[in-house]
Design a protein around this ligand. Structure first.
Ligand code: GDP
Ligand code: MG
Length: 241
């Protein structure tokens, strides 16, 4: 089974080489770094990694307005045109440990169209989060589940693995949101399309270097998006756990 791992970056100069080394320690994996013109020079660091890991790492340099969701959409389109069996998503800030990739890929190999690396299933957890961030994340997931009907414990996790044939069923042109909402919206479409969703435990470690790009507008969008999805498409009966 071959995988393409999408890694969006914005100011991750010091973290990116570490995460890439961890990812490419696994066989049959390639990386696509999607850099949004990081002012700290992450794009150049990524280009250098492309030379180091010749043929296994490519870089997409985005221009214009930045956005995590838009970056993922561009990456998905590249992935869909590739030969990779599975398409993974992970953060560059070392919150997502590459050691969990084999478990995510094994779940995809066993048939799950979308596998989510989950903090909120047995064996999963978060390290180094203050209580208020834990509560916010827990509340957000309860809210998303009750409004949309999607039965996933960790809908806002960005550590994921898609079977490429499942990703091809998602109406990418209709996805409007960014940040966490992007993750929620894509998961909603996966559940609505009847794609099998699985969660495997991960340990999420809060970043030690650089800063989070979580902003107030992202939080507002997170409240609005589940409502908009359920009003527009109706609640879904998830086949997740
Ligand atoms: N391409 C791109 N990547 C982004 C953008 N915002 C955040 N990222 C990356 O997305 C990942 C998660 O972002 P982060 O700020 O750590 O969010 P948090 O983990 O929710 O606090 C990291 O790899 C970031 O570098 C963006 O606008 N464009
Ligand atoms: Mg982070």
């Amino acid at each position: 089974m071959t995988a393409l791992v999408l890694i969006p970056t914005y100011n991750e100069r010091d973290n990116l080489p570490v995460v890439v080394a961890g990812v490419l320690a696994h066989p049959n994996i390639r990386v696509l770094v999607i850099d949004d013109g990081s002012p700290d020079g992450t794009g150049a660091v990524a280009d250098h990694l492309g030379q180091t890991y010749d043929g296994r790492l490519t870089v997409m340099h985005r221009h214009g307005s930045r956005g995590l969701g838009r970056s993922y959409l561009d990456g998905f389109r590249v992935a869909l045109a590739s030969q990779a069996d599975v398409v993974c998503q992970m953060d560059a800030d070392l919150s997502h440990d590459p050691r969990f990739l084999p478990a995510l890929m094994a779940s995809a190999a066993a048939g799950a169209g979308l596998t989510i690396g989950s903090r909120y299933v047995e064996g999963g957890r978060v390290e180094n989060w203050p209580l208020r961030r834990m509560m916010l994340s827990g509340l957000a997931n309860t809210y998303i589940r009750s409004v949309t009907g999607v039965g996933v414990r960790d809908c806002t996790s960005g550590f994921r693995c898609w079977r490429r044939d499942a990703l091809a069923q998602i109406p990418l042109d209709r996805i409007a949101s960014d940040g966490y909402s992007f993750l929620v919206e894509v998961t909603f479409h996966a559940a609505a399309a009847g794609i099998q969703i699985a969660e495997v435990p991960i340990v999420f470690v809060e970043r030690r270097q650089g800063v989070s790009k979580l902003s107030a507008s992202v939080l507002v969008e997170s409240v609005v998006t589940p409502l908009r999805l359920s009003l527009t498409h109706g609640r879904v009966q998830s086949r997740g756990q």
